[in-house]
Design a protein around this ligand. Structure first.
Ligand code: SF4
Ligand code: FES
Length: 240
């Protein structure tokens, strides 16, 4: 049986077991998100999908849909909060978009455009993180990792390898590779792994394919993320 809630005044149907995010995406309504990917169990860590439900802020990706909910998504207040979260993400890593191969096909960049982020507001951390180029087919730039754990979940749940882990806590959280040397080339990761194709930013990239598609012709150069959705759903874009 189908029930309904309202999202920014629009009636959205849902079926039992769906989250607010599931139902909204199914109805073609975009709720900004980074750690969510419909192929995986919701994680609820980035908080970018926070919506207001009957006066209370909740994560759309983990909150079950329920009959009669009145949900706000694109209000001035919520968008301002999302911009704040995005600005924090941009200063926490080294996101040098013009020099990134993922520019134009990066979910972080595209969501930032969607939320109207125009300039940084906070002092950059400029963390010093080494790039791991030890694998013959894949490179990892930890500077761009936003700790969404999609590669962790893909490697564990689908590849059955657990190549990736998040170590540390709070501001010291970081992505680590489960191999004797801590290097990707020393793990059993392969370029055909699901984990190689889920990164929403330019942290996990294929080697030997740089700039296959010119900047200006990439996924989010053609249409905004609210129309085309997640980069991981566009296989060709994950190789750009
Ligand atoms: Fe997410 Fe990519 Fe970082 Fe993995 S490497 S946690 S997929 S941002
Ligand atoms: Fe919901 Fe990240 S998408 S918390």
């Amino acid at each position: 049986m189908s029930n309904h809630f309202t999202l920014d005044g629009v009636t959205v149907p849902f079926t039992t077991g769906q989250t607010i995010m599931d139902a909204a995406l199914k109805a073609g309504i975009y709720i900004p998100h980074l750690c969510h990917n419909p192929e995986f169990k919701p994680h609820g860590s980035c908080r970018l999908c926070t919506v207001n439900v009957n006066g209370r802020n909740v994560a759309a990706c983990t909150t079950p849909a329920a009959e009669g909910l009145e949900i706000e998504n694109e209000t001035h207040e919520i968008t301002t909060q999302r911009r704040l979260l995005l600005k924090l993400l941009f200063v926490e890593g080294n996101h040098v978009c013009p020099a990134c191969e993922k520019s134009g096909a990066c979910q972080l960049q595209a969501v930032a455009y969607h939320c109207g982020m125009l300039a940084p507001e906070f002092v950059h951390f400029y963390p010093k993180r080494a790039v791991d180029a030890s694998h013959p087919e894949t490179i990892i730039d930890f500077n761009r990792c936003i700790l969404c754990e999609l590669c962790v979940r893909a490697s564990h749940d689908i590849d059955k390898k657990s190549v990736f882990t998040i170590s540390g806590r709070g501001i010291h959280s970081h992505l680590t590779i489960n191999s004797p040397s801590g290097k990707l080339g020393d793990s059993d990761f392969t370029a055909s792994d699901k984990a190689a194709r889920v990164c929403p930013v330019g942290a996990i990239l294929p080697k030997h394919k740089g700039y296959n598609k010119p900047i200006g012709k990439r996924l989010y150069d053609q249409a905004p993320i609210s129309q085309v959705g997640d980069v991981a759903q566009h296989q060709e874009a994950t190789d750009e």
